[in-house]
Ligand binder design. Structure first.
Ligand code: SF4
Length: 308
């Protein structure tokens, strides 16, 4: 199957992009593995005609917004995201109508319809910078992740209006006492990967110095660099467990422990080699954002990129 996938990829001039939380088999066959923003940037830069996006639906939509002239396929249409689904475009329009002067800042984990209604996008790595770029007298509607919103409030000292949304995976990490994990592995460094909703509750707790004062909050590349360059030989990793595959692969002499073994996003694990093969062979399932929405949804992404 791997040979066939590679052959089909050549025939169709396709590129396979896989998120860090994908199953190991899919990560191993991908041309690029990374976080949602990094993969979208890869999507923009590639010469391929077809992008097979092994991640969740809103990420494939973001790739389609950034590269509207390429064919973007997702191997399983049901690969959704509980965080992106925690607000609908109608709910956002109603919220905006109640706060007509407010500036809307949306986490990148949102649907194209939400991005089209937003002023700025942000990732967890640049959310503070984006909010700080907005004049202090402006009201900010921050959505959909309440933990990231609270974290940004704490760091900036701003009073934000925060949507009550969350990723279901974070709840499993959120229950965990990172201090206990540190007691279990006293020589381990704690790495928090703030991307993708599931660890924003840990960011919030770290900012409050709750149990994990020693934690290192990193982007994907920062986290991988830290794992490579640190003299520590053991690491407790607070994020979805999929990223451990790449860390172990890149650092065979070091040990990586999940902060919580149950921190697994079922949506991310829906994509298998069989579905990837089917997607390439039969050109399905195409993710295409309507043209009028592309223009509106691209603006908050471009504003984010120009600031951070
Ligand atoms: S981990 Fe959470 S935020 Fe990330 S894709 Fe899964 S449900 Fe969405």
């Amino acid at each position: 199957m791997i040979e066939e996938i590679n052959e089909l990829k050549k025939q169709k001039n396709a590129v396979i992009l896989a998120h860090n939380y994908q199953i190991p088999d899919v990560q191993d066959i991908a041309d690029y593995v990374g976080d949602s923003l990094g993969l979208s940037q890869q999507a923009a830069e590639t010469d391929a005609d077809t992008i097979i996006f092994c991640g969740v639906h809103f990420m494939a939509e973001t790739a389609s917004i950034i590269s509207p002239h390429k064919t973007v396929l997702i191997p399983d249409l049901d690969a959704g995201c509980s965080l992106a689904d925690s607000i609908t475009a109608d709910q956002l329009r109603a919220w905006k109508a109640e706060n007509p002067e407010a500036v809307v800042v949306s986490y990148i984990n949102t649907t194209a319809a939400i991005k089209a209604e937003s002023d700025y996008c942000c990732t967890s790595s640049n959310a503070v910078q984006i909010v700080e770029s907005i004049p202090e007298d402006k009201q900010v509607l921050f959505l959909p992740d309440k933990f990231l919103g609270t974290y940004v409030e704490m760091i900036t000292g701003r009073d934000l209006n925060i949507w009550d949304g969350a990723c279901h995976v974070h709840e499993k990490i959120g229950e965990l006492n990172l201090g206990e994990k540190q007691k279990e592995y006293p020589d381990a460094e704690v790495l928090i990967h703030p991307e993708c909703g599931c660890s924003t509750s840990c960011m919030m707790k770290s900012a409050m110095y709750f149990d994990c004062e020693e934690a290192h909050i990193h982007s994907t590349s920062g986290m991988l660099n830290q794992a490579r360059e640190s003299e520590a030989e053991e690491f407790v990793v607070a994020t979805e467990t999929g990223i451990l595959h790449r860390m172990r692969k890149e650092n065979p002499g070091k040990k990586f422990y999940p902060a919580n073994e149950e921190s697994v996003c079922e949506y991310m694990k829906m994509i298998t080699l069989e579905k990837l093969h089917d997607s390439l062979k039969n050109n399905r399932f195409e993710v295409k954002v309507p043209e009028d929405m592309v223009e509106k949804a691209r603006l908050p992404i471009e504003r984010m990129l120009s600031i951070a």
